[in-house]
Write a protein that binds this ligand. Structure first.
Ligand SMILES: Nc1ncnc2c1ncn2[C@@H]1O[C@H](COP(=O)(O)OP(=O)(O)OP(=O)(O)O)[C@@H](O)[C@H]1O
Length: 276
């Protein structure tokens, strides 16, 4: 099916049962319309129409090189850091086109956080990692910073493990803890949306499970858009899934539907492991 038709008829989960509704009452936070992107001559994104609702987890899946990371990096305009990038179309964040010339990218970065494949804490203490963003935004009051740090670490389900060693260097944490610290750093700026680019691909199964549980918890307060190579992960934790192939969206659906009854034979071939 086309991504557009999803906007008209959406399956939503109520008490564990999937039902079809015209509108699930949720607001769209991000929307891309006919989004195209070129790296010099490489046409990496082709006419992407997708819409993301608040308080939902949306997974982006697809084989290597299909444009998943490129797409997610357009949403905070990080992709522009690559020389030779050209974008056309529209990316609406809360109704405003972030590609407009007069759009303030700095404001976007405070509302859209990002967690990367490999945990990337700063070479600073656990406390200073989390306090970094608020300090940049001018918060100097120690009591306020203490509160933000505790709340963010609680939110990232890391507080109990680190509360007695907040002054220790972040590099002393395990890989999974470092990734949760990066999530806490992200929460400290109180974003509306969290972008995650394969956040568990460098983690062991136990740490992966921990992050998956955390993502489901965070969904209550944030909208999450997550690139993942792991189809089981997408099936476990996302509300909706977009399947990318060769820079296009083949299918965008309720996750249950996409994995049990895909509309497009290419989706079926991919999820059943025939390619990718
Ligand atoms: N910095 C870049 N310069 C030029 N081409 C790039 C750059 N980054 C990505 N590409 C190209 O854009 C296309 C999409 O790449 P992208 O990394 O978005 O795919 P992906 O689906 O995230 O892949 P993977 O799952 O392997 O991370 C590929 O053809 C890739 O070679």
């Amino acid at each position: 099916m086309s991504p557009q038709s999803d906007k008209q008829s959406i399956n939503v989960k109520i008490n564990g049962n999937s039902v079809s509704q015209k509108d699930n009452g949720k607001r769209s936070v991000f929307e891309t319309n006919d989004l195209n992107l070129w790296y010099s001559d490489t046409h990496a994104l082709k006419g992407i129409d997708l819409s993301f609702n608040e308080n939902e987890v949306t997974a982006i899946i697809g084989p290597s090189g299909c444009g998943k990371s490129t797409y997610i990096k357009t949403l905070n305009r990080m992709v522009e850091l690559v020389p030779g990038v050209r974008t056309t179309g529209e990316i609406k964040f809360k109704g405003k086109n972030i590609l407009d010339k007069d759009f303030q990218v700095e404001a976007l970065r405070t509302q859209v956080g990002m967690v990367f494949q490999k945990a990337n804490p700063f070479p600073k203490s656990i406390y200073d990692n989390v306090a970094y963003g608020p300090r940049i935004h001018g918060i100097r009051n120690k009591k306020v910073l203490d509160e933000i740090v505790e709340k963010s670490l609680q939110g990232a389900s890391l507080w109990d493990e680190v509360k007695d060693r907040l002054k220790d260097n972040a590099f002393g944490l395990s890989g999974g803890q470092q990734q949760r610290l990066c999530i806490a750093r992200c929460l400290a700026i109180e974003p509306d949306v969290i972008l995650m680019d394969e956040p568990t691909s460098a983690l062991d199964p136990k740490s992966t499970l921990r992050i998956e549980e955390l993502v489901q918890e965070l969904q209550k307060d944030y909208s999450i858009i997550m690139v993942t190579h792991n189809m089981q992960q997408a099936a476990r934790i996302s509300n909706k899934t977009a399947f990318f192939l060769n820079g296009e969206v083949v299918e965008f659906e309720e996750t249950d539907k996409l994995f049990t009854n895909p509309s497009d034979s290419r989706t079926e071939d991919y999820i059943s492991g025939r390619f990718g």
